[in-house]
Design a protein. Structure first.
Length: 254
């Protein structure tokens, strides 16, 4: 009998003993240069295959990362790294100078970030950025040309409270998954898609190579049918989905 290919898989484990600043990792991203970035509970980490380089907040350095508790990592269309944090707003990393530009809430400026807790980041075809989080953050749309934020409130402007994930499509729309709903943001308007009650805690979004949107949650897997403009349940789907990914062969992993 042929050998089980799973028997040939091995794991290399990295912990604080190997150079990580914290053993809690909430975000991972690989870039084309081969480096892997980790968002941990105590700093941003770059791993080049040989060593870990950690970036932490320094209260005496305004160009340091804004907060050490990382929630999301996002590379924009120009290859710049954006970091969403648990209490420091958003940071943009300059790879040339290895410094950060930070965006935080300003109580005296309604065009600033609504709050400093950011769970998810996206960018549309027009270059605008989207930052989402819990109700106090809501959805914040950042225009790099005017350097201003437009705020949208949870349970008022869109359905649901905490934004868990976001993904942009080729039409310039941004799809938003909250703890209880899915919305499409198009031309500064929200279009809401009802999902089964048992699908609450929607946490996974994926736009595949063919442009199709997939949604995962407690009850299973949904797919967006553009012809009917609705989300449809996928037969035989697994339940309690927390992550979706597509591999190089086009296979969807759930």
């Amino acid at each position: 009998m042929p050998s089980d290919p799973l028997q040939t898989i091995s794991f290399t484990h990295f912990t604080t003993a190997d150079g990580l600043p914290n053993n809690t990792v909430r975000a991972i991203h690989e870039v084309t240069q081969g480096a892997v970035w980790f968002g941990t509970g105590d700093g941003l980490v770059r791993y080049d295959g040989y060593r870990f380089v950690t970036y932490k907040h320094d209260q005496d350095d305004p160009t340091s990362i804004s907060n050490n508790h990382i929630r999301d990592l996002f590379f924009d269309a120009e290859g710049a790294l954006w970091i969403g944090s648990a209490n420091g707003g958003v940071s943009r990393f300059d790879a040339t100078t290895e410094t950060f530009t930070n965006f935080r809430r300003n109580l005296n400026d309604d065009n600033s970030l609504a709050d400093n807790i950011v769970y998810a980041i996206a960018q549309d075809e027009n270059g605008r950025f989207y930052f989402g989080g819990p109700p106090e953050t809501g959805l914040n749309v950042y225009d790099p040309e005017t350097e201003t934020f437009t705020r949208y409130r949870s349970n008022e402007d869109f359905v649901g409270s905490a934004i868990q994930q976001m993904v942009a499509d080729e039409q310039g729309n941004v799809w938003i998954a909250t703890n209880s709903s899915v919305s499409r943001f198009e031309n500064d308007q929200f279009f809401h898609y009802p999902i089964p009650a048992e699908e609450q805690a929607t946490v996974a979004l994926l736009r595949d190579d063919n442009g199709r949107l997939w949604v995962g949650g407690n009850a299973g897997l949904l797919a967006y049918a553009s012809s009917a403009d609705q989300l449809a349940a996928v037969p035989g789907r697994p339940t309690r989905i927390t992550a979706l990914i597509q591999d190089r062969d086009g296979m969807l992993w759930v």
